[in-house]
Every structure is written in C-alpha cells, then in structure tokens.
Design a protein around this ligand. Sequence first.
Ligand code: A3D
Length: 325
Amino acid sequence: MATFKRPKIALIGGGQIGGVLAQLCALRELGDVVMYDIVEDMPQGKCLDIAEASRVDRFDVEVKGTNDYADIEGADICIVTAGLPRKPGMSRDDLLTTNANIIKTVAENIKKYAPDSHVIVISNPLDAMVTLMREVTGFPHNRVYGQAGVLDSSRFASFIAWELGLSVKDINALVLGGHGDTMVPLVRYANVNGIPVMELLEQKYGDAAKAKEVMDAIVERTRKAGGEVVALLKKGSAFYSPASSAIAMAEAVLRDQKRVLPVCAWLNGEYGVKDMYLGVPAVLGANGVEKVIELSLNEEEQAMLDNSINAVKKLIEDMKRLGFL
Ligand code: A3D
C-alpha cells in the first residue's frame, strides 16, 4: 500500500505574519508546520497555542515551534518572514544591511536542511531579499520566489469591489512590478467577470472623466495601501493579508493547482528584462514558477513598468554596493 506523507511547511520567522501563516496552514490542513524564530520559546508558545485549537477547528496536522534550524530538515516549502521593520532613525541602507544579514543566515540554513524545498520570501525589501535568497541557496530560480503581487492585487480588487458595490469574488485585477510605490496596477486588464471595470465606472458616473478620476484614486490607494495600514496600526505592518496571500501561493504549489498569480519571479528576457526578479503573472504549480506569462502593454503601461524596473534595479545595485550580491 502506498503511504501518504503530509507535506512539511517551514515558517522562518514567527512574528505577526508567521503566526497567521501557521494558523492558516493548520486550518487548511496544508501540511505539518514547523515555525523557527530566534526569540527563545516564542515560536514554541505560539505553535502550542495554535495546536491546542486542533479539536475545535478539526485539523490533523502538527504545528510546532523551534529555535533550532535542524528541525526544518526535509521541508517541502519554506515561507520566510524573518526580518526587522525600520526603526526611527534607521536609514534605508541600515535596514537593507540588517535584513540582508538575516536573510543570508536564513538562506544558508534552508540550503543546509531543506535543499529540495521551495522558498517563498515575504521579508522586505521584497525584491532584494528574494534575489539574495536565490543567490545564497543557489536553488533553481523556479523554486525561489516572492510574495507581494498577490497582496497588492487583492488590495486593488477589494478597492474596486467596494467602489462598485459588487462581490470581490467577481473582480479580476492585477498588479505588476516591484513591491513599492512604483508598482503598476493594470487598469486596462481589470474586469468584473470579463466586463472592463472602466466601463462599469463610466456607467456609474455617466462621465468618462469622472470614472478616470475615481480609478486614479483607486490606483493611488493601492500603491499606498501598505502605508495606510501601518498608519492605522501605529505599531507594525499588515499581517493578515500578507499571510493569506503567501498561503494562496503555497497551496498552489503543494496542490499543483497551476494557478495564475502575480509572483515576484525570475525573468529571463520576459517584459524586456533579463536576469532579474520582478512581480509578473506566472503559473504556480508543483514545479514552483512553471511559466511567466507575458502581457502586451501599451506605451503608458510599459513606461510605468520601466519606472518600477528601474526602482528594483536601484535596490539590487544597493545590495551590490553593500557587498551582498
Ligand atoms: P515581525 O512581527 O517583526 O516578525 C519578524 C520576526 O522575525 C520576529 O519574530 C523576529 O524575532 C524574527 N527574526 C528576526 N531576526 C531573525 C533571524 N535572524 N532569524 C529568524 N527570525 C528572525 O514582522 P512581520 O511578521 O509583521 O513582517 C515580517 C516581514 O514581512 C517584514 O520584513 C515586513 O516588512 C514584511 N512584509 C512584507 C509584505 C509583502 O507583501 C512583501 C507585507 C507585509 C510585511
């Protein structure tokens, strides 16, 4: 009889996002979870708490915390949130250096203990941390990718749904580019079950100029959505929605769903970009990023994407200047 083995999911970082990741993995029975963090006892406590809800929520997976990298041995997928947020007085370079040092150590341990795993990076600055993760692990590019676009696109779709008063389930909206102010919400491709969103906005307002003004505000809110949550929380940044977004990606891989999701993926000439990670739509399945999907962009969209590409290039140059790449 063939034996069934549950997938093993390693969460590197047991902070705000790490905790929600563990709970979602359990609720969806995606696999056994091991959460690593450098803070002593904290991941053990968080995971014990989640595991003790197993009877109530009816899940048959293990959820364990650890301070020992050896416990991630043989993981099928690693989701990385380890890192520090920017503190007052800290420059961008300081944060880049701090988080790059953390990701370097994380990557070395993933390489050592989970050499066949897929790695989903969430730590910021996202595009740089994914690049470093791939560089240090030396894993094939299809197995190292980042989460940003699923969240940015979900925010874009939510704002459209709220504006139109329609179910978000029927909204398809895509954000391309780097994870930052230069991201590119693709208005022309946004639709409600195939109906262009701009057409519905024009129907609502009876005026193309007003519809454009409303959409411009939605695009701007999408670009600044992370900051909007930070300003309200006062401490920390968004964690429920980033966790949900990474879980959608992990599920696509573990269940070989061939989903088309915006992923921070390695480009090899697509969108005119070579040898660089960037947020693009891709097919996610058992082989990780199985295919990058190229869209035809008009001049305005391409100019916005070029701007985003330049911002990511600048980040990569900074990483090189600081000696990480
Ligand atoms: P937080 O709650 O601070 O958790 C980070 C965890 O990392 C803490 O528990 C730390 O103890 C741990 N940590 C620090 N150093 C190490 C180390 N060397 N090894 C292992 N663990 C370590 O942050 P969070 O969970 O809210 O966010 C985590 C990361 O995700 C941050 O870098 C955020 O900026 C980033 N983030 C990204 C998105 C994207 O969509 C890309 C969205 C929101 C947050």
